[in-house]
Design a protein around this ligand. Structure first.
Ligand code: PAF
Length: 282
């Protein structure tokens, strides 16, 4: 596995590979890799000749009050597991190498970024779209793999690529869970033992909500209230950021379940803010 640390060098190397007729699949990450990331690398391995994994904790997607400085980091572990998973190039630029001091250009998809996570993280997706665009411009991947855990992020990136005619195929990959149902996330590392024991209830609450919908409860408000009660009873220290029923493509909030919808939730537990989502059908 080649480790490349500068934007210029990764651009040059990927250009050479493309000239040789190789296809490239990119897996963008912020490191502290878990089985969810490895499933993205596995998918990328199936799709293309060359797998590039980027490992960069992107400062522009964190607000000043957020966990940029505390974000978990284990470079040696990441290097070992990416290599084992069949990565060809690990791109890990140091903080600062990706943005000029006077960086002034942003990519945003405001209509999709305002709801859900965008309410409490209003500048988050602008940072994500900008860094992902920069990675696309450096690497020119044929495919880029993103997890469905970050459902809003995946939807926004698909729209950005469509709207800007970016020549890359976005591959959405299934959310990977721990055995007890907790959605895998690097931020699970923030949980105490006591919190960790209770957080699988986020998934259980969404499954119970799905069951309610199957039984004929189609009102978003009633389903959201049901989830809130479930979380209050089962994770007393939790605070729900949001639990919203939205259209699966436009992310528009829905009042009533018509056919299919996504219910997306973000729940604060201790220092962690945990995301999960579920597809519900009538
Ligand atoms: O999902 C993430 O880890 C990040 O938002 C991404 C896509 C790597 C951009 O920094």
């Amino acid at each position: 596995m080649e480790i490349i640390t500068t934007p210029e060098a990764v651009k040059k190397r990927c250009k050479e590979l493309k000239k040789q007729g190789k296809t490239i699949a990119l897996v963008p990450t912020m490191g502290y890799l878990h089985a969810g990331h490895l499933s993205l690398i596995k998918k990328a391995r199936e799709l293309a000749d060359i797998v590039v994994v980027s490992r960069f904790v992107n400062p522009t997607q964190f607000a000043p009050n957020e966990d940029l400085d505390a974000y978990p980091n284990d470079p040696n572990h990441d290097r070992t597991v990416t290599e084992k998973a069949g990565t060809d190039i690990l791109f890990e630029p140091p903080a600062g190498a990706m943005y000029h001091k006077d960086h002034a250009t942003w990519v945003e998809v405001p209509s999709l970024a305002q709801g859900l996570c965008g309410v409490t993280r209003p500048t988050h997706f602008r940072g994500v779209c900008t860094v992902v665009t920069k990675l696309f411009n450096l690497i020119h991947p044929d495919f880029a793999c993103f997890g469905e855990k970050d459902y809003q992020q995946l939807t926004i990136i698909r729209r950005m690529v469509r709207d800007l005619n970016v020549d890359v195929e976005i591959i959405g990959c299934p959310l990977i869970r721990e055995e007890d149902g907790l959605a895998m996330s690097s931020r699970n590392a923030y949980l105490t033992k006591e919190e960790r024991a209770l957080v699988p209830h986020i998934r259980k609450g969404l499954l119970a909500l799905q069951e309610k919908a199957k039984q004929g409860e189609y009102s978003a408000k009633n389903l959201q209230d049901f989830f809130a009660r479930y979380i209050k009873e089962n994770i007393p220290m939790a605070r729900i950021d949001y639990c919203n029923m939205v259209d699966k493509d436009s992310l528009e909030p829905l009042e009533t379940l018509k056919d299919k919808a996504v219910v997306a939730a973000a729940v604060y537990v201790g220092k962690a803010r945990l995301l999960d989502n579920i597809l519900i059908t009538k």
